[in-house]
Design a protein around this ligand. Structure first.
Ligand code: SF4
Length: 355
């Protein structure tokens, strides 16, 4: 099988072009075709010589994940079921905001961590995604958005750009560190996907050592899935993640490098009757007193296969108000796309839906 050109970082593409005897600016042209113009056919890369186009066609491929199912929910959230080269499947979710789209990306097929509230965790880990498979999700989504924009010209829909990325889909990003790192660096390239680092968020349960590497790379904001204010409760809700002791995780977060007005987002899914008491809110405030944090509360959406209930809305609001009254910024995230199982923790690449 030929290598996928989408797996090349920019310096690797430059090296590849120079091995083919080409000038460095050729790499720039090819990179723009791949990432800005979303071209997969070398034959259509018209500012490149015919010889080079033929040579590229002989040596490498350009392979995107294939959208085998696209579902759009009542609130406009779109979930893509994507088939990878080896037949594995992942999901990626495009969420419309007021003036842009946000894309929720997967980094692994399945996940090894098995958090008890998460559908992906029930799959176990199948494999890591490559850089091409991570960034290919953006290409698929941008192509879809371009189609919407074309429809908009005929008055059908709003013209929004895909500007925000959250690594919150299937998998634990920091357990696929090498491919994530390559993808994070590549997606900021100004001649390519050109994402601003302020608009990219990596969400993790916290992986020892990797947090510091992500901080040093300085290419994304950090969100941490905490979901409990004590080690004992966290170990019940997310047993494998909790092997990284809570005190050590909090110490790493307190030392995490941040810009002056930047904060770490703490994700906290409220599970009815389990972690949604006001006593938990008070403990959370105490736990985070040395971390520059804002809390994102998520009301759990029940699913038949998961052993939890939705929290009572009055308790959710009381929890949020207590955090705010103690000076800890908190927002209640509206879970979008629930009617198509695209909400947080619901992704699992439903094969059955296709058969
Ligand atoms: Fe993995 Fe995240 Fe699900 Fe936990 S919540 S099992 S880390 S995908």
């Amino acid at each position: 099988m030929k290598p996928n050109l989408l797996d090349f970082t920019y310096p690797e593409l430059e090296r590849f072009c120079s091995e083919l005897g080409e000038a460095p600016f050729r790499a720039r042209q090819v990179w723009q075709w791949l990432w800005q113009k979303r071209e997969r056919d070398f034959g259509r890369m018209t500012n490149i010589s015919k010889e080079l186009r033929e040579r590229l066609g002989r040596e490498v491929d350009v392979v995107w994940p294939e959208a085998v199912q696209v579902q759009t929910s009542r609130d406009g959230t779109t979930k893509f079921l994507l088939a990878l080269g080896d037949g594995q499947r992942i999901e990626t979710v495009l969420i419309p905001e007021k003036d842009h789209f946000t894309l929720c990306l997967s980094t692994q097929v399945g996940c090894a961590l098995g958090c008890t509230f998460c559908a992906t965790g029930r799959m176990g880990l199948v494999r890591n995604l490559t850089m091409a498979e991570i960034l290919g999700q953006i290409l698929v989504a941008r192509e879809h958005v371009a189609g919407l924009a074309a429809g908009q010209a005929q008055g059908q829909t709003q013209d929004l750009a895909l500007r925000n990325l959250v690594f919150m889909g299937m998998g634990e990003p920091l357990l696929n560190w090498e491919n994530l790192r390559r993808a994070l660096v590549a997606l900021h390239h100004p001649l390519g996907l050109a994402f601003s680092k302020r608009r990219v968020t990596v969400s993790t349960v916290g992986v020892p050592g990797r947090l510091a590497e992500l901080g040093a790379l300085d290419v994304a904001s950090l969100a941490v899935s905490l979901h409990a204010p004590t080690q004992e409760l966290r170990a019940r809700i997310m047993p494998k993640a909790a092997r990284f002791p809570l005190d050590d995780l909090i110490a790493e977060l307190a030392a995490y490098p941040l810009q002056p007005r930047q904060k770490i987002t703490i994700e906290y899914v409220l599970l009815g009757g389990l972690n949604d008491d006001l006593s938990h809110a008070r403990e959370l405030v105490r736990l985070l007193n040395k971390v520059k944090a804002k809390v994102n509360l998520i009301s759990f959406h029940p699913s038949p296969e998961l052993p939890y209930a939705a929290p009572d809305m009055n308790r959710v609001l009381a929890f949020e108000n207590l955090l705010k009254s103690k000076g800890l910024p908190a927002t209640l995230r509206k879970s979008k796309g629930q009617d198509i199982s695209a909400a947080c923790g619901q992704l699992r690449a439903e094969m059955a839906a296709l058969e």
